[in-house]
Design a protein. Sequence first.
Length: 156
Amino acid sequence: MGGSGASSRPAPNRTTYPDPVAGQAIVGETYDGVTYRMTRNDLKKSVPEDERLKAAAEALAALDAEKARLGRKYPLRKRELARQQLMSSVDYRLGLGQGKLDRIRGVSYTEARTTSAYNMGYHEGWNDNPSHWKQQRATNPNFWAHDNKKPVRKRR
């Protein structure tokens, strides 16, 4: 299989992947190592918006029914419910991946979007401990594209 690359990772492929944000297909170089693209695994972990809102309404109704029994714990449970709903969104997954990718690239922290789910994911991804990313860097093509790039060294 020729080639001069010593890496055992496959190169980014030229296939079509669904873009969950724009609702269109992504064609061409899917992973550039700069902009995070949703992987199949990310898509499995996220829930479509209409299902997520329906589940949130049902869970909130069940929580409201227990309001008297929970007492002072009600606001904490309500906050945790909201957090779980945000974490199951596509924006959260996209922000989480972009935050990790920016941290690896050395880009300073920035909240680029106005959606709270994306910013929460970006914050958690950027502030996560990079030493735990070994498995993700081995299986996620977004990180392969970054790792295969040669770093630019500054001259003194």
